[in-house]
Write a protein that binds this ligand. Sequence first.
Ligand code: DX5
Ligand code: ZN
Length: 216
Amino acid sequence: MKLSPSILSANFANLEKDIKVVDQAGAEYLHIDIMDGHFVPNLTFGANVVEAIRPLTKMVLDCHLMVENPETYIEEFAKAGADIIGVHVEATAHIFGVIQQIKKLGVKAEVVINPGTSLETIKQVLPLVDQVLIMTVNPGFGGQSFIPEMKRKIDQLDRIKQVQNYDFDIEVDGGINDQTIKECLESGATVAVAGSYIYNSDNPTEQINKLRESTK
Ligand code: DX5
Ligand code: ZN
């Protein structure tokens, strides 16, 4: 299981320090939540923050775009150094085109799906994507509780992946802790995002170790 600490719960006045601590603890990805105040009722960062983070680490920069009309922003995030760009199927009328646009720029493409959205809506892009993100909370804020019904959705997606022989990663995001990460792993998740579990602690390294321990 790869870990993707979400800087949404980091200390923004000490971002460099909070990035380095998870890097040194061995996290493979760094999860960056981009919110536009329209698709979700919250605002965070733009591509300039990704650009500022890029020289600080070799971790995979996992950019989760919670923005309307993501096609407008793909190029600037690619230029800023994003390794993975995730777009919500609910945020665009042209999900197939946006995934193609991301791939054309040499960046890994991810489709993201909200808790209330059916897997049927992403079926057509599954052969194209490098990663699928199953939201396990309603997007917009850190610190919410894992929605248990999402386990079935991960199971179903993993089944489609096996039957069709697809090779995308399955990422989960929202309410991940040392218990829920285990359940997600059993259902077939391969990447786990964790924000508050890691950063709302005096010892993020220990939290990462606990997540590793649970998924051994
Ligand atoms: C929520 C974001 C998450 C958030 C997760 O919309 O997509 O990445 O940081 O936070 P936790 O792990 O606290 O649920
Ligand atoms: Zn996220």
